[in-house]
Unconditional design. Sequence first.
Length: 173
Amino acid sequence: MSWIELLQPDLVLEESVLGITPDLLEHKGLKGLVLDVDETIVPVGRALVDTDVLTWAKSIQQAVPLSLVSNNTGQDRIRQIAESLEVPFVASAGKPSRRKLRAAATAMDLPLAQIAMVGDRLFTDVLAGNRLGLFTILVAPMLEPNSKDPKNILRNAEFWISRQLGITLKAIP
């Protein structure tokens, strides 16, 4: 695979993970979701999941299984988030490494092409998912209200490099 293919998300949402619906999953033929944690389902550093994310997760779990795969090394924090959602998790995943992502996907007992890796970062979430053969969904980050995004410079650099390579980061139908 070329760098363009490895960094190109299959789907770009201009909104947070809350924009993923059961209808969207059915339309794309997806039967499982692996979710990044920081800025994908909670702002960085937060251990409590917002009510709207809890409601979304319960709704989605009626259609597909969920799993969390995070690069964050805070095992207790990631466990607390996973327990609130009642889903399995992996911390210290080392994305874009595929090893721990593969373990989470294999536990779903589904074809890899029917599982989506959902995250807010190109060089970790999308790259890891594409390397493994998962469907990849790039979402807008969830941030603390009125806060500055600590990864904004890095994310902007990722997007700039990606555009230079010819990657499309506009919402794809």
